[in-house]
Design a protein around this ligand. Structure first.
Ligand SMILES: Cc1cc2nc3c(=O)[nH]c(=O)nc-3n(C[C@H](O)[C@H](O)[C@H](O)COP(=O)(O)OP(=O)(O)OC[C@H]3O[C@@H](n4cnc5c(N)ncnc54)[C@H](O)[C@@H]3O)c2cc1C
Length: 291
């Protein structure tokens, strides 16, 4: 088991590709049980070089970027007790006026092209995991996610709720998306909500939809603010906060240095400020940055 836990090259077969939202796909990868030793919330790294259809684009991108294309990280949506590992990918888009290069790997992963094929990756790694003994120190965990940032938190929630771990701990998911259709795992989250209502609640925030309340009393318009969240927290001095989603990228920071124009804060910058205002100390706040 210890050998399996080390970060090393692994491979499995993509047995299913599921459309989660209009552009977002989940891939289930079949693996032997001893190859599935990881912790809920961890991620794997995928090297784009393994895909022959990307080889010429990689040559071109390396030529113009003057650097080697590196592996990309993907959080696991699955939990170790499930019979396969899963990743969920939302493809990056190319906006020629805002970006220098098109995205390389995510459009391929966010499709059913790899179904039936082998996927090589390295893993498992990452510290975006629950402490395990948190029921000793807190009674509440807050999950702040946006878009594909829902992936590792979905795993954390499944692990805690369906396996009935730390049953005295209440979980709140604050999930931000543009529209109702963009919500990843919506039906599965609704099922968790029905089944574990005594220890789980969700607040969906929709930023580009009129009257989101029509979808239910836990749907809200715009972005979560300190005012929305303060009444939900019993004790900010013991609560744990986990936040995952897009942040200003290193490329945007580099461009800002050159142009002198500050990049617009993204989800993680905004929610970090809210978490600070709520009084949750940074020692009890973990973030996973997708940037
Ligand atoms: C721990 C972790 C977990 C993650 N989990 C998920 C997940 O579960 N699901 C998910 O969808 N995503 C996840 N991501 C994001 C993922 O790793 C990729 O960053 C994302 O899929 C984009 O990869 P890409 O190859 O498509 O785009 P890239 O080719 O990496 O391009 C992305 C952007 O960077 C710009 N760029 C790239 N190279 C340069 C350069 N040299 N100069 C200037 N600009 C450049 C491009 O123009 C583009 O705007 C995670 C990231 C991390 C760190």
């Amino acid at each position: 088991m210890d050998t399996a836990k080390k970060i090393r090259p692994r491979k499995g077969k993509v047995i299913e590709a599921i459309l989660e939202a209009p552009d977002t796909w989940t891939l289930h990868v079949e693996m032997e049980k001893e190859e599935r030793q990881y912790l809920a919330g961890q991620f794997i790294s995928i090297d784009p070089r393994q895909f022959p259809e990307l080889s010429e684009v990689i040559k071109y991108l390396e030529h113009v970027k003057k650097r080697r294309e590196l592996v990309r990280a993907y959080s696991l949506a699955s939990i170790p007790s499930e019979p396969y590992i899963s990743i969920t990918t939302k493809p990056e888009r190319f906006y020629p006026d805002e970006m220098q290069y098109p995205p390389l790997l995510s459009p391929l992963l966010a499709s059913n092209v790899l179904k039936g094929r082998e996927l090589q990756f390295s893993g498992y790694t990452g510290a975006y995991v629950l402490p395990g003994d948190h029921a000793n120190t807190t009674s509440e965990v807050f999950h702040f996610v946006a878009g594909s940032g829902a992936v590792p938190n979905f795993a954390l929630l499944k692990d805690e709720l369906t396996l009935e771990k730390n049953i005295s701990v209440f979980h709140t998911l604050i999930d931000v998306n543009k529209t109702y259709a963009d919500i990843i795992y919506r039906e599965q989250l609704d099922m968790l909500l029905k089944q574990y209502a005594s220890r789980f609640r969700i607040m969906h925030f929709l930023t580009r939809e009129e009257n989101p309340e029509r979808h239910g009393s836990h749907y809200f318009s715009g972005r979560p603010t300190t005012e929305h969240l303060r009444p939900l927290i019993k004790d900010p001095t013991t609560a744990l906060a986990y936040a995952c989603g897009a942040a200003v990228t290193k490329w945007q920071k580099k461009a800002a240095l050159e142009t002198g124009i500050e990049p617009k804060p993204r989800f993680l910058e905004g929610i970090t400020q809210v978490i600070h205002e709520l009084g949750i100390d940074k020692k009890r706040f973990k973030k996973e940055v997708y940037g």
